[in-house]
Design a binder for this molecule. Sequence first.
Ligand code: ZN
Length: 227
Amino acid sequence: MAATTKPVSAQRAPALSVLDDPRWARIVARDKTADGNLWYCVSTTGIYCRPSCPSRTANPKNVTLHDTLESAKATGFRPCKRCNPDGRSLESENAALVAKACRIIEESEEEPPLQELAEAVGRSPGYFHRMFKAVTGLTPKDYAAADRAKKVREGLETGNSVTEAIYDAGFNSSGRFYEKSTGMLGMTPTQYRAGGANEEIKFAVGQTSLGDPRRVQHEGRRLYSAR
Ligand SMILES: [Zn+2]
């Protein structure tokens, strides 16, 4: 009987060392928190990856694990193009680009066109739009509108004249602002100054987590780490 049993388990025997290694479980789970602390080489493809690499999970018998980037590089393998194991992760790179775009929006007199924002961070408009939404939960246009509403509110609350508040927020003609102000403030700026600020005001664009780019960056990181 025993002589006819196929030696199925024999094929797996050489992989036991990697399979039993707790670090391998983090790679299987594409654990982002392991990025920067662990790399793995795949002998069949000749590349090395970070743990969160989206590529198909490699066969563990072809994998070697490395606790330092230097050790992974020393194998002579090439860095994976998908997960960029030598640099920052795609997520943290995107979060940094989005934070940069937020600052451009906040510092612009006029709302920057999508094309211009995308060019400023070196991405296509479509990719940039998706990336911005993934990090902030808003479109760039919504963000720009919310940023202006916030500036007008701050201007009015610190006692600036209505005209000053409008110009400080980047509206180059008060006519354009008045067209939009009811939506942004829930009333006209003069009504707002006259006491509306003490009432329950529903801002059309919402006043959630906007305004501070550091907050947006933080929010982005939180979103990513929650995935
Ligand atoms: Zn990779």
